[in-house]
Design a protein around this ligand. Structure first.
Ligand code: UGB
Length: 603
């Protein structure tokens, strides 16, 4: 059927011949029509089939399934078929937590106790195209006062949980909480380099496992013809398949069974750049444990049109119901189609009535394994072609099938306990996703989700936590960086071992302590107490565990000044440009307590 391919058949192994036949049967003749006579580009032709083999083995059901699924989804998309046909949305009810109240504190305690039975999974295969940053996002500083990157913060937080959790039980617990990172070809090498060049940020290397997701073939048209790479005609163009791959990768890795045999109970999934996330983990895990949720999604109040999915109760005409994330681009059409002419709109609270999914999922391991035994981790897919016009006959650029990790509950039986936990945004959610130009265009009142807002949110959260613990923290000032108006609170940061949960912060903070707006305070050390500290400038405290340090005095110095940086200023590093400011370190007091015993920093 394809003479150029027939002439080259001797180059192929028998299984490759089978793959070639399958491709021809599925309408993929264009992949070979330009093949020259044998002897010309033979290595490239062999390389082409190496890639076809990889694409075939990394997709559940192989390339044949991929092409057939694509044909069906593309036809549905062309026909304008609504994936939510027959479903009516309504606002679900879930756990709403109030930071710092008795319920919150006891849930945090329950969650920390459970943490030793958990495993953490970070999905970090995305390149962050919206952010326009060239490196991997987990290497970005979470805040620039300490300069610690997201990955370091995540690892230190898991280690702090591990330590605190083991201390809460009296059985000599030595558990090492497993930490899996899903990478992709875009992020894998840089993630390994970041870990290795920083000694895994203090985690034992054996605790960390990287699982690399493979990309999937791009689709050139409605017939699901695979797209050739414009710069190499012996290569199929590929794009990421989405964070939903994490489930099939975990399943095929064998890790889930291993964790089960170790007595683990929970798997916590999280995303690459939410610097506040670990403020929410202890209490959310506490909710899962006390409510017995098989699936618990973390949510925050959502502004209409915000680029986070809405958690929605869907009721089918046949009576089925499920509580599931409806992605941000689908919520508006779904609402309009079901009798809500305003679509995705704020209600009288000033927020969308649908809680915002922050894609932090806590799954109960036992039921998760049982489900994956059935599905092998395959997640329902979708396709999102950008058509050239309303005839929907051609695409602006190639597309591909995608899947999302939060769609996992879609295949669960109605008996599954699926819940969600809503927390304050200031406490739990501050992703870094948008580049400065796009962030500046975000409608007023909606969050920027930029490097600027992501860093300022850390200071705000820490300031508010210290306030709640009794300290007097000055009000913020409002300033504009890269066209984004933000609140600038005192630059307060601490290591996760100092402030893992609200109770441990409260125990270390006395109400006679104060921090002025222009100050920066960095706390590294478990036993550092704010007892009468009055800070107006920059103070950095480093203390070993055996040192008990009381900060009791007035500390004043010129401190660190925030300087504006324009994102177009190429003389600055990219990670600085995208946040729109840098710290000019004029004067500071740095104190190091390296001897055991009681110490105090007094006037
Ligand atoms: N990711 C991968 O690991 N592999 C991939 O192929 C793609 C992504 P984005 P998105 O909480 O803010 C999600 O691009 O997909 C990783 C939810 O769907 O940052 O637009 C990537 O590295 C949405 O409901 O987000 O939106 C990153 O860690 C809402 O919850 C993560 O997946 C939103 O996040 C998310 O990728 C949010």
């Amino acid at each position: 059927a394809c003479p150029p391919l027939r002439r080259n058949l001797q180059l192929l192994a028998p299984d490759e011949v089978e793959l070639a036949k399958m491709l021809l049967n599925e309408g993929q003749i264009h992949l070979f029509e330009h093949w020259p006579e044998p002897g010309v580009d033979d290595d490239k032709k062999r390389g082409f089939f190496d890639q076809v083999r990889r694409l075939n083995s990394s997709y559940p059901g192989g390339l044949l399934s991929y092409i057939q699924n694509a044909k069906k989804l593309l036809a549905d998309s062309k026909a304008g078929k609504n994936p939510y046909d027959g479903f009516t949305p309504s606002v679900p009810s879930g756990e709403v937590l109030n930071f710092g109240d008795d319920n919150f504190v006891s849930l945090e305690a329950a969650g920390i106790k459970e943490a030793r039975n958990a495993a953490f999974v970070l999905v970090a295969g995305g390149l962050g195209e919206r952010l326009g940053y060239k490196g991997i996002k987990v290497a970005l500083p979470r805040e620039t006062t300490t300069g610690k990157c997201f990955l370091q913060h995540y690892i230190e937080s898991i280690l702090a949980l591990q330590e605190a959790s083991c201390k809460m039980v009296d059985d000599g617990c030595q558990t090492k909480i497993p930490f899996v990172i899903m990478t992709s070809d875009d992020t894998n090498a840089l993630t390994i380099k970041l870990l290795e060049s920083n000694s895994y940020f203090g985690m034992e290397p054996s605790q960390v496992k990287l699982l690399k997701q493979e990309k999937v073939a791009c689709l050139a048209d409605n017939d699901a013809r695979l797209a050739l790479d414009p710069s190499d005609k012996y290569k199929i163009q590929t794009k990421p398949h989405g964070h939903g791959d994490v489930h099939s990768l975990l399943y095929s890795s064998g890790l889930l069974e291993q964790w089960k045999s170790e007595g683990r109970k929970w798997v916590l999934f999280f995303q690459d750049t939410n610097g506040l996330l670990f403020n929410a983990i202890p209490s959310a895990l506490g909710v899962s444990a006390t409510k017995g949720y098989n699936v618990n999604s973390l949510a925050v109040p959502r502004k209409a049109k915000e680029a986070i999915g809405g958690i929605t109760k869907l009721t089918h005409v046949d009576g089925r119901t499920m509580v599931i994330n409806v992605e941000y681009n689908q919520l508006d059409p779904l609402l309009r189609a079901t009798g809500h002419p305003d679509g995705d709109a704020n209600c009288e609270t000033g927020y969308s009535p649908y809680p915002g999914n922050i894609n932090q999922l806590i799954l109960e391991l036992g039921p998760y394994i049982e489900e994956l035994k059935k599905t092998h981790g395959a997640i329902s897919e979708f396709v999102n072609p950008k058509y050239t016009d309303s005839t929907k006959t051609a695409f602006k650029s190639s597309t591909r099938l995608e899947c999302m990790m939060q769609d996992y509950p879609k295949t669960l039986p109605p008996s599954a306990k699926v819940g969600f936990t809503v927390m304050d945004t200031w406490l739990a959610y501050a992703p870094v996703k948008n580049n400065p130009e796009d962030a500046a265009k975000v409608p007023k009142g909606n969050p920027y989700h930029s490097a600027t807002s992501g860093e300022m949110a850390i200071y705000r959260a820490n300031s508010l936590i210290l306030r709640k613990a009794g300290a007097q923290i000055a009000d913020p000032v409002v300033d504009t960086f890269n066209g984004q108006e933000v609140e600038v609170w005192p630059r307060i940061t601490w290591s996760p071992r100092w402030g893992l949960n609200f109770k441990s912060v409260k125990e270390k903070v006395h109400d006679n302590s104060s921090v002025s707006q222009r100050s920066a305070l960095v706390i590294n050390g478990q036993n550092v107490f704010l007892e009468g500290l009055s800070l107006d400038g920059t103070l950095i405290v480093n203390a070993i565990d055996e040192a008990e340090v009381k900060l009791t005095s007035h500390v004043q110095n010129k401190g660190w000044i925030i300087q504006h940086v324009d994102y177009k200023d190429t003389s600055e590093k990219e990670e600085i440009r995208i946040r729109g400011f840098k710290l000019e370190k004029i004067e500071q007091l740095e104190v190091n307590y390296t001897e055991p015993g009681k110490h105090s920093l007094s006037a």
